[in-house]
Write a protein that binds this ligand. Structure first.
Ligand SMILES: *Cc1c(COP(=O)(O)O)cnc(C)c1O
Length: 361
């Protein structure tokens, strides 16, 4: 397709062109139903098949055990910052590891519901690393330990999960979901907004071990905020974000065709290496993250000169490399190189950076 740019946005982000084309082909008449998925009753047989197939493919991709529920939800990933404590606090105690803005927000929100401890943080160095989490002061009565596994804004990633000393691990996987294989059994709950690496904004995926889905929640708890409501109704308690789930389903099929998550990891490592190797050798650009904590998905970098950063972002945009501005809280640049970013996009970015470096030496 012509006129498509290389889109390095952190989210909503690039989707596989193949998937967009298929969605376009099926826009007016989905598989002889005579209508668009957008116009379809979520109680219809056709839609039931769409959501069931999406769940089945996701289970296959992530190797999700039968004792975990997969929930397609809405409310933004932000809603999970509230739903997690509301549903998981029993003793009323949880431990949070604060490695960036999203973990910080989740930590602040949870304060409303219990005694929430910050057991580790990397705020002392602007969240540029993942702290050592092998022996943290985990609370005896903690209901769970919370992490944001890939820090979208700062470009760090937990390459080793924290030692939770037997407590349930809850992970916000929004920006690394389906980027590599994970062992689901290590988690009590995984949540992810799909607009980073999986699909259109408006869908959140929650993977929760069944025994953590409770009935005995406080009287005041809204029906829509109970995982049980969604689990008991196979994500069809009310109208789900139906079209978004359909596109996620197409992306799951695409991932299967690409060879699954081990293959995606290989590709993502290859892409990230091109960019990191250049950053490590460049005289102008430099990465902002400690090497051992680097994310495969979000790569922040700077020139050290704000004016030059601005110039770079502007000229890159004119060259068809867009959305490279860093998050407003950190400045500089950030290239998000999710599953759907082709290797050619990363190569084009590095070529452009080399040219810019020469011109601005
Ligand atoms: C984007 C993002 C969120 C927030 O998602 P919304 O859907 O905008 O609420 C939460 N956590 C992480 C890691 C993110 O990248």
């Amino acid at each position: 397709m012509t006129n498509r740019v290389y889109n390095f946005s952190a989210g909503p982000a690039v989707l596989p062109e193949e998937v967009l084309k298929q969605a376009a082909d099926e826009m007016l008449n989905y598989q002889n139903s005579g209508m668009s998925v957008m116009e379809m009753s979520h109680r219809s047989k056709t839609y039931d098949n769409i959501i069931k197939t999406a769940e089945k493919d996701l289970r296959e991709l992530m190797n999700i055990p039968d004792n975990y529920k997969v929930l397609f939800m809405q409310g933004g990933d932000h809603l999970q910052f509230s739903m997690v404590p509301i549903n998981l606090l029993k003793n009323g105690v949880a431990d949070y590891i604060v490695t960036g803005q999203w973990a910080k927000k989740a930590y602040a929100e949870a304060q409303k519901y219990g005694k929430i401890n910050k057991v580790a943080t990397s705020e002392d160095k602007t969240f540029s690393y993942i702290p050592d989490c092998s022996d943290l002061p985990i609370s005896e009565d903690a209901d769970y330990v919370y992490i944001c596994e890939n820090n979208t804004i700062y470009g760090t990633k937990f390459h080793t999960l924290p030692n939770t000393k037997g407590k349930e691990l809850v992970s916000d996987m929004s920006s690394c979901f389906l980027s590599e294989p994970v062992d689901v059994t290590k988690y009590g709950l995984i949540h992810a907004g799909v607009q980073k690496n999986v699909g259109p904004a408006g869908v959140q995926i929650v993977i929760i071990r069944e025994d953590l889905i409770r009935e005995d929640l406080p009287e005041w708890c809204p029906t829509m905020l109970k995982y049980k409501t969604h689990a008991d109704n196979d994500s069809l308690y009310n109208t789900p974000p139906a079209y978004g789930i359909y596109v996620c389903g197409l992306v799951f099929k695409w991932l299967k065709k690409m060879g699954g998550l081990s293959k995606m990891k290989e590709l993502n490592e290859k892409k990230a290496k091109i960019l990191y190797d250049f950053l490590d050798s460049s005289k102008l650009f430099k990465g902002t993250v400690e090497k051992s904590s680097r994310s495969l998905m979000n790569v922040p970098f700077v020139t050290g000169n704000e004016e030059l950063d601005k110039k770079f972002i502007e000229e890159a945009k004119n060259a068809g490399l867009v959305q490279l501005k860093g998050h407003r809280s950190v400045g500089g640049m950030r290239a998000s190189i999710y599953n759907a970013m082709p290797i050619e996009g990363v190569e084009a970015l590095v070529e452009f950076m080399k040219k810019f470096e020469k011109e601005n030496a």
